[in-house]
Design a protein around this ligand. Structure first.
Ligand SMILES: NC(=O)c1ccc[n+]([C@@H]2O[C@H](COP(=O)([O-])OP(=O)(O)OC[C@H]3O[C@@H](n4cnc5c(N)ncnc54)[C@H](O)[C@@H]3O)[C@@H](O)[C@H]2O)c1
Length: 394
């Protein structure tokens, strides 16, 4: 039985707690921590965790409890200090996305993980969805041929009040806007599906949230060996119609799931009806996958629990979290410096360092309100976007 604590008992901690309670034969939640300890106490009541102890201080929690695993569900700027502290105390760590606001922070976390020999997993729950697994299987089959173009629409919608929460809407505590905090889901998916691009061009703006320093819209172009990808990161899109559309040499596949294949007439124009054999072949690859028994956070948390038991790395580790931060950093750098950025970013690049974005990023607007908590449910796990349309979270 693994002893688990959740650090940061705000909105997303509910999803972690539900997943742990659902795996009660393998884990027990023994403690909750939050700088506002009343929030931890309230969560204990809400989830009926009568035996769990609560703490206001992470150091105290780690000293007092014999823990195997913690979920770090604090705001992004606290991910590094809390995760490093937990790893140094010999505890496995699951940290919410985004891993941290800078590559320097990510590397400090990875270094602590190596020294401790414990596991570090960064949440990327949208990989654990049947249609994402299908897309991955089709790409890995090589049956699409070379990839020409990918359109990644990480299009979300958030009202003005979203940025009233105390830690949102500033470069210092949120770490960035929708590129870092929303599109990170699709950025992880794109890197998982396509690998890392070699260069990035981008622009960003704040189109609708005049109460936040950070961007609410960015458009990036990613260069691959032969192909290109376009990534829209947004919290200004009504309808939240998120999509990943991959155009290969032989077919188009997408999420939401759709397969189309053209074939040429002698004159090179597309023939009526396309190529049904290619479509059938790709549909067969997708149909060959068994449906997931768990999806989203529950699946990722269960993978980490299994990895601890089996002494293997988790399916999504700290390097995956870092890769996503590297691409986000390059998008910010490209837009702030107004030039194309080559990847990977070397450690002597100023944008590698913690604090560079805080110094150099434009303040589109100033934050106008700062409240400790906001009323209303957050949507995670398939309920944010219209049913079956896109990943969820943030
Ligand atoms: N994976 C997803 O789909 C998803 C969805 C929503 C949020 N998130 C991520 O989860 C994290 C938290 O977001 P949220 O919406 O739950 O925020 P929140 O403000 O509702 O909760 C964060 C909690 O952490 C506490 N806290 C802050 N600093 C702390 C520290 N040093 N030690 C202990 N507690 C501390 C705060 O008091 C607060 O209760 C963010 O990184 C966010 O991006 C992920």
């Amino acid at each position: 039985m693994l002893h688990v604590a959740v650090i940061g008992t705000g909105s997303i901690s509910d999803v972690h707690l539900r997943a742990y309670l659902d795996a009660a034969d393998e884990v027990r939640v023994v403690a909750l921590a939050d700088v506002t300890v009343e929030k931890a106490n309230a969560k204990r009541e809400e989830f009926g965790l009568r035996e769990a102890r609560t703490y206001a201080d992470v150091g105290e929690l780690l000293a007092a409890e014999d823990l195997d695993l913690v979920s770090v569900t604090t705001p992004p700027s606290a991910h590094r200090p809390v995760a490093v502290q937990a790893l140094e105390a010999g505890v496995h760590v699951i940290v919410e996305k985004p891993m941290a606001p800078s590559l320097e922070d990510c590397d400090a976390m990875l270094e602590a993980q190596r020294r401790s020999r414990k596991l570090l997993s960064v949440i990327a729950q949208n990989r654990f969805r049947d249609e994402m697994m299908q897309l991955k299987a089709v790409l890995d089959s090589g049956k699409l041929g070379s990839i020409s173009h990918t359109r990644i629409a990480s299009e979300w919608w958030r009202g003005r009040s979203y940025y009233d929460l105390w830690w949102r809407g500033t470069w210092a505590s949120e770490g960035g806007g929708c590129t870092l905090n929303h599109a990170i889901h699709h950025i992880d998916l794109a890197l998982w599906l396509l690998g890392a691009p070699s260069a990035v061009a981008a622009m960003m703006t704040n189109a609708q949230h005049d109460n936040a320093e950070v961007e609410d819209l960015s458009v990036a172009i990613l260069q691959y060996e032969r192909g290109l990808a376009e990534l829209t990161s947004s919290v200004v899109h009504h309808g939240q119609r998120q999509e990943i559309v991959i155009q290969g040499e032989r077919a188009r596949v997408s999420q939401p799931w759709d397969v189309t294949a053209e074939t040429a007439l002698p004159n090179g124009f597309p023939a009526q009806g396309g190529d049904p054999d290619v479509v059938a072949d790709l549909e067969e690859v997708a149909a060959g996958l068994a449906p997931l028994t768990h999806t989203g956070h529950a699946a990722q948390l269960r993978d980490v629990i299994a990895a601890i038991g089996e002494g293997r790395p988790p399916l999504i580790d700290g390097n995956d979290g870092r890769r996503a931060i590297e691409l986000v950093t390059a998008i910010y750098q490209a837009t702030i410096e107004r030039r194309t950025i080559d990847l990977p970013l070397p450690p002597d690049d100023p944008y590698y360092r913690a604090g560079t974005l805080v110094q150099r990023a434009p303040h589109f607007f100033e934050k106008t309100a700062s409240v400790g908590a906001l009323d209303g449910d957050i949507s995670v796990g398939g309920t944010d976007a219209p049913a079956g349309v896109g990943p969820a979270g943030a």
